[in-house]
Design a protein around this ligand. Structure first.
Ligand code: SF4
Length: 78
């Protein structure tokens, strides 16, 4: 399985389902972003303030398998 990218306004998250250990740290840590009832199940757009983005970085950092990764958005002139 390949790594998929999920877009956000501050940070983006990528996920590789082949290495996920289903530990649930993500869903427990930030259910607004990681919601298995929704499609796509990862929505980094919901972490749209600096505080929420910081929390998202922290939750992704707890992923024990490395399935989740933060992909920082590159600065643009938009
Ligand atoms: S925290 Fe990582 S390993 Fe655990 S369910 Fe989420 S993506 Fe999978």
């Amino acid at each position: 399985m390949t790594r998929k990218l999920y877009h956000g306004s501050i940070v983006e998250v990528s996920f590789d389902g082949a290495v996920c250990q289903h530990a649930g740290e993500c869903v427990r840590g930030m259910p607004a972003v990681f919601d298995t009832e929704h499609k796509p199940w990862i929505d980094p757009m919901r972490a749209d303030t600096p505080d929420l983005a910081a929390h998202l970085r922290e939750v992704v950092g707890r992923c024990p398998s490395g399935a989740l990764r933060i992909e920082e958005r590159e600065a643009t002139n938009e």
